[in-house]
Design a protein around this ligand. Structure first.
Ligand SMILES: Cc1cc2nc3c(=O)[nH]c(=O)nc-3n(C[C@H](O)[C@H](O)[C@H](O)COP(=O)(O)OP(=O)(O)OC[C@H]3O[C@@H](n4cnc5c(N)ncnc54)[C@H](O)[C@@H]3O)c2cc1C
Length: 439
């Protein structure tokens, strides 16, 4: 029987290794700990939670609650470990992090089909070796160089510089309008025009807002990253700097009123469905609550639903829309998969679920079985579709959120009811998908 390689025993790698073993496939699991640690990892055990010990909400009408249900349905080890090591945390699922990692490590080590190899992988596996690369947001430097050599420097990023994303349906359409600068190209941007008073109020709030304190290793590394500047830092350079930069009003006229604005915030379509928009140029280190408070001052955004807040942090990820298909598989090599944060999914559970699905897909590949696309109405299917969507401009990582699911056939105004219906639809689609997999 063919042996496969899984690289990285984090959340994604452990899910992948166990999904393969469950289907009778022998796995070599390569992990560089404890010989070498990333700047964030400290525990020699596998599936380490490097920061928060919370896996977020348990309510299935929330995105992370739905993802938990989907993981359980697919037989996730991360959810099994979380259930056995949980600690009281209200509506959230929080765990004792040491016990959690120990639980997963024990399941890996006792599995007869998994051999753990403790070493840093410094070269990509040979082309014909079936493998899953799941080395995470802090993939070691040597392996990063190999990935760059193989895929091109432009296809590996080392930082998230992500602007916030809002849902289109939560915008006040009476205040915003579609237009492109100087009417060049299609009217691809949604514009939020500000008068002088609105701009000054927004500006004052922005320069006085609280920012996130980054870990010291990230502060050091970010100093060397001159790719783009947080909007709040740019604003502090001078009152008009933003009006000559991302909030430049020139060439933008309201097509209905013909009015010109003092400053304009532009929103760019984020997904094919046109349900999400990002705030162009708004990469930021403001705390999440502050982002909601300050950015809601932008005309049209007063009731905006933020599905992802802006972040600027150390994160290694490949250009998945170009390199991967919806199976987490390399378009150019169907025996090589990627999983976890390195694919551009963002978060503990998102990483875990991508590992599980990549593991199932590689197992089917080894057994010469047809791969079955995930329904896009599921959270994992929507994430897979997002990271492999070749039409996404300026690809940035994405966490689970209800905004990436296709809309329901009938419009429901009540947000809670709508999310419940989306979750029900997702669970029944994933149940049917899982049942349809013949082994
Ligand atoms: C500082 C930081 C804080 C974060 N905080 C949160 C949070 O609070 N909540 C949240 O939901 N998400 C958080 N994330 C994002 C993300 O969800 C986690 O990083 C998650 O652990 C990613 O899972 P993964 O399996 O992709 O990678 P990891 O869990 O990082 O696993 C990758 C494994 O690969 C190993 N490895 C790396 N390179 C090599 C190599 N060359 N050879 C062999 N082994 C290698 C590493 O040692 C590691 O064990 C955070 C990320 C970072 C960097």
């Amino acid at each position: 029987m063919t042996k496969v390689l899984v690289v990285g025993a984090g959340l994604a790698g452990c899910e992948a290794a166990l999904a393969l073993a469950k289907n009778g496939i022998e796995v070599d699991l390569i992990e560089m700990k404890p010989q070498k640690f990333t700047p964030a990892h400290k525990n020699p055990c596998f599936a380490e939670l490097v920061c928060s010990n919370s896996l977020k909400s348990v309510h299935k009408e929330t995105a992370s609650g739905l993802l938990k249900e989907e993981l359980k349905l697919l037989g996730s080890i991360v959810m099994e470990a979380a259930e056995s090591t949980k600690i009281p945390a209200g509506d959230a699922l929080a765990v004792n992090r040491e016990q959690f990692s120990q639980y997963v490590t024990d399941r890996i080590k006792e599995n007869q089909l998994i051999r753990v190899i403790q070493m840093e992988l410094t070269e990509l596996p040979a082309r014909e070796t079936p493998c899953i690369i799941a080395t995470g947001p802090l993939t070691s430097a040597k392996l990063c160089r190999e990935i760059e050599k193989s895929f091109g420097e432009e296809n590996l990023s080392f930082f998230d510089a992500a602007a916030p994303i809002v849902t289109g349906e939560s915008l006040d359409k009476s205040k915003v309008f579609f237009a492109s600068r100087y009417n060049k190209g299609g009217a691809d941007y949604l514009n939020c025009p500000m008068n002088k008073e609105e701009y000054e109020k927004f500006y004052d709030a922005l320069i006085n807002a609280e920012t996130v304190q980054l870990p010291s290793f990230e502060q050091e590394e970010l100093k060397t990253f001159s790719g783009c500047m947080p909007i709040e830092i740019m604003a502090k350079k001078g009152k008009d700097t933003l009006r000559f930069g991302p909030l430049k009003p020139v060439g933008i006229t309201n097509p209905v009123t013909n009015a010109k604005a003092y400053a304009v915030v532009q929103l760019r379509q984020e997904n094919k469905m046109c349900s999400l928009f990002n705030l162009v140029g708004f990469q930021t280190n403001l705390k999440w609550g502050e982002q909601k408070r300050v950015f809601s001052l932008i005309p049209g955004l007063c009731d905006a639903e933020f599905v992802r807040y802006g972040v600027m942090h150390r994160n290694t990820f490949i250009n998945s829309p170009k390199l991967l298909d919806g199976y987490f598989r390399c378009k150019m090599n169907h025996r090589r998969f990627f999983a976890g944060q390195i694919t551009g999914v963002e978060g503990y559970l998102e990483s875990a679920v991508s590992g599980l699905v990549a593991g199932l897909n590689l197992a089917r590949t080894i057994k010469n079985l047809k791969l079955v696309p995930l329904p896009q109405t599921t959270m994992i299917g929507a994430l897979a579709a997002y990271i492999s969507d070749g039409s996404t401009p300026n690809f940035q990582p994405m966490n689970s959120n209800m905004g990436i699911l296709p809309p329901l056939e009938t419009k429901i105004r009540d947000k809670r009811v709508k999310h419940e219906k989306l979750a029900e639809r997702a669970i029944s689609a994933l149940t049917a998908w899982h049942a349809s997999l013949e082994w």
